[in-house]
Design a protein around this ligand. Structure first.
Ligand code: NDP
Length: 295
């Protein structure tokens, strides 16, 4: 970190919906904030609220001790950070990359940063733009503890619920991909359920109170099953996977009767049937976790 820049300054590279929300939260916290975006014009509202608009990314990063990057993916982040003039301007400063991508890309970026004398934190944002700067924001960060501590006063402006997951730089992205896997497969299931319901003349509005009830089953199930999964125990005492597979085949049948694509449910049923074929039919549904492990 350069001595001429106070630790309590920040630059935001990338002014998509999330980058704008991050920059807005820094401004709301009274932190001098410099912004830059590849396509001009997205800084207008932020500038009106007091942000400094930098003409080029190298000027933007030179303005602050900490640069927060939030673009579409790591190819986009690389396209900005790895420009020679930007890399040079970042020397002895810190990048906190809150762009979503994979753990290997986070590790590659950390190697690049280390080669160029740049401090590096990697992070993932787990909640929508509207939560940023509020107690509902959930942010995961990984990387050197001392670097995280140093920039914590600035990062705290982003919201109430931040977790530093440790020094393994890929850890935040690992949580991110696992959690988004959960989210998108669940959302796909919900979209399929809505299509089946509509085919039966049931509207989303009519289904909603009961769909919320199904959703509410998940948090206690996640909590109760965690230790068993980590110990390879998949008791099916209350609900064996044979029963789940039977229910799934009914869903496949009714979907296809209505001409609703049943590919997602067929894939899920296929996994359940393979587990049963392995002789684990009396176990619970999460036995599939073992099936999916690489050999
Ligand atoms: P996008 O994911 O659409 O990212 C848009 C930003 O990426 C813009 O600033 C865009 O610049 C920039 N960008 C794209 N390609 C390039 C490139 N080649 N070079 C430079 N900049 C580029 O929108 P969000 O802001 O919503 O998301 C940013 C990150 O935040 C993503 O990784 C996303 O997964 C994550 N996130 C978003 C959430 C949300 O609710 N929006 C929630 C949680 C995480 P330009 O304007 O020039 O196109």
């Amino acid at each position: 970190m350069t001595s001429e820049h106070s630790a309590a300054t920040v630059t935001v590279l990338g002014l998509g919906p999330m980058g704008r929300a991050l920059a807005g939260a820094f401004l709301d916290a009274g932190i001098p904030t410099t912004v830059w975006n590849r396509t001009p014009g997205k800084d207008r509202d932020l500038a009106a609220r007091g942000a400094i608009s930098a003409p080029a990314p190298e000027d933007a990063v030179a303005a602050s001790a900490l640069t927060v990057v939030c673009v579409v993916d790591y190819d986009a982040a690389d396209a900005v950070l790895r420009r020679d003039e930007v890399t040079r301007a970042l020397k002895d400063r810190t990048v906190a990359n809150l762009t979503a991508d994979t753990p290997d890309r986070a590790r590659q970026t950390a190697d690049w940063a280390a080669e160029h004398g740049i401090g590096y934190l990697d992070g993932a944002i787990m909640t929508p733009t509207t939560t940023i700067g509020t107690p509902d924001a959930v942010l995961l960060l990984s990387g050197p503890e001392d670097l995280y501590r140093r920039h914590r006063p600035v990062l705290d402006a982003l919201g109430g619920n931040q977790t530093h997951l440790g020094e393994d730089i890929g850890r935040a992205a690992a949580y991110d991909v696992a959690l988004l896997d959960f989210f998108w497969t669940t959302m796909t299931g919900y979209a399929h359920a809505l299509a089946v319901a509509r085919a039966e003349g049931v509207s989303a509005r009519e289904l909603a109170p009961f769909a919320k009830g199904i959703g509410a089953l998940l948090p206690p199930f996640i909590e109760q099953s965690a230790e068993d999964v980590d110990n390879g125990r998949y008791s099916g005492e209350d609900s064996p996977i044979t029963s789940a597979a039977a229910s799934m085949s009914h869903i496949v049948h009714i979907s296809e009767t209505h001409g609703v694509d049943a590919g997602v449910m067929r894939a899920a049923e296929g996994l359940a049937r393979r587990v049963i074929g392995q002789g684990h039919g009396e176990n619970g549904f999460l036995q599939i976790t073992e099936l999916l492990q690489p050999r």
